[in-house]
Design a protein around this ligand. Structure first.
Ligand code: ZN
Length: 271
């Protein structure tokens, strides 16, 4: 009982989303015992996406694989969740959506995975949705409305931390200029949602931002979490400059570490 309370307090300290249910992960339990990989992640990407999003996805696959030097964890990648069972998906501490959302057929599976304590980091286009998407669950999951606007062309932007004491923003400067990216602005700004915690915002000092498609103002969250889930949305993810900047790479490592550490089945870094 005491241990359960301790774990719960730990989760609170880390600002973890509320785990809805403990899920089984026999793979991880088996591997801790002999010092094997601490956890598994699954990268979801789509090679038929917009070329700049494919470019990002392939660089991201390289980035996450490079983090496994020494086999600290397992990285698998797939272009579709179709054919996975819930049990297979639950082997993964987190699903990292690089440039794609699950197919229509896999939506119920993904919902079940997330509702039962699964982890998700979604980059840029992985969160894209508009009125044609027809997936209300995803809107409440993302904690935002529909895509509203984007800057074009991709360009560097000044970003400002909303919180300096969160594991995701740990050791990041209070403000920094990101590498060139296309940023999505959202309708029904996530900040209006009481379940959403915004961690990083595109500074109003960028306005007007864009040369072709110009955004003149408005709230512009860039990284946020919906406390009802173990999830993090990261607006970056366009083009080939996302892994050139140490600050941004640190943000991505922090993000991975936080989502994984909040696993309701146990923090793999504590072992
Ligand atoms: Zn894009």
């Amino acid at each position: 009982m005491r241990k359960a309370l301790y774990l719960f307090l730990l989760l609170l300290v880390a600002g973890c989303g509320q785990p809805r249910a403990r899920h089984q992960a026999p793979y991880r339990e088996a591997n801790y015992a002999h010092g094997g990989p601490r956890f598994k992640i699954l990268l979801l990407f789509d090679d038929s996406a917009e070329p700049a999003h494919v470019q990002f996805a392939h660089q991201a696959i390289g980035f996450f694989n490079k983090l496994t030097v020494g086999e600290g964890f397992v990285v698998d990648s797939t272009q579709t969740l179709d054919g996975y069972t819930l049990e297979q998906l639950q082997e993964y501490t987190a699903l990292i959506a690089l440039n794609a959302a699950p197919s229509r057929a896999a939506r119920p599976l993904f919902e079940e995975y997330m509702e039962s304590g699964g982890g998700w980091i979604g980059f840029h286009a992985a969160g894209y949705n508009d009125k044609g998407t027809g997936w209300p669950w995803f809107n409440q999951f993302l904690g935002a409305g529909f895509f509203k606007a984007n800057n074009w062309p991709p360009q560097p932007a000044l970003l400002e931390l909303d919180r300096t004491d969160h594991p995701v923003t740990r050791n990041l400067p209070a403000s920094f200029v990101s590498p060139a990216s296309e940023f999505y602005q959202w309708q029904k700004e996530p900040r209006e949602n009481p379940d959403v915690e915004v961690l990083l915002t595109l500074s109003a000092r960028n306005y007007p931002i864009g040369l072709k498609d110009i955004i003149y103002g408005g709230d512009f969250p860039v990284v946020w979490t919906n406390r009802n889930y173990r999830m993090l949305y990261i607006n970056m993810g366009h083009g080939d400059e996302q892994f050139e900047d140490a600050t941004e790479k640190l943000l991505f490592v922090n993000a991975l570490r936080w989502i994984v550490s909040c696993d309701p089945a146990g923090n793999p870094f504590d072992r």
